[in-house]
Structures are given as structure tokens and as C-alpha cells.
Design a binder for this molecule. Structure first.
Ligand code: FES
Length: 84
């Protein structure tokens, strides 16, 4: 979430309103199928927040819960609609 926000994509703002506490869903992204299995599983609090997002799918993650390390270099995500 911080990487996306720091890049400042002007037409697709990454709000991150809760600061990464998995409480707002404004950092919702869709992870490309090739990458989904390479991420650590979502915790219960992330799953609970995703369940409240109308646009969520099996490819959904909260980007604030994806912990960056070099193994994720090249990770492909699509920002979800602002409405969730
Ligand atoms: S920043 Fe709020 S859920 Fe990710």
C-alpha cells in the first residue's frame, strides 16, 4: 500500500485511510493470478475486511497487508474501484 501510494498515481489514488490496520478497505487491490499463490495467506482480519467490500473477488487483497520483500519484485496488482 505504501509503495503504491508513494508512487502517487494521480488518477487512481491509494487512500490507505486506516494507515494499514486492515480496517478501511481503501487499499483494495486485485492480484494477478500468477502472483496470488506466492503471497502469504490473508489473516482473519484482512479476510473480514475483504468480505465487506462489494467489488472483492478471489483475487482481492488489502495491499497494506502485503509485506514487501525482494521475492515480490515484479508483483502485478490492479487497483480496485474506489468504492471498494
Ligand atoms: S489501509 Fe486501510 S485496509 Fe489497508
Amino acid at each position: 500500500m505504501e509503495i503504491i501510494r508513494d508512487w502517487g498515481l494521480p488518477s487512481l489514488p491509494m487512500e490507505g485511510l486506516c494507515g494499514g490496520a486492515a480496517e478501511c478497505g481503501t487499499c483494495h487491490v486485485f492480484v494477478s493470478p500468477d502472483w496470488m499463490a506466492r503471497l502469504h495467506p490473508a489473516r482473519d482480519d484482512e479476510e473480514a475486511q475483504l468480505d465487506m467490500l462489494p467489488a472483492a473477488s478471489a483475487a482481492s487483497r488489502l495491499s497494506c497487508q502485503i509485506l514487501w520483500d525482494e521475492s515480490l519484485d515484479g508483483l502485478e496488482v490492479t487497483l480496485a474501484p474506489v468504492s471498494g
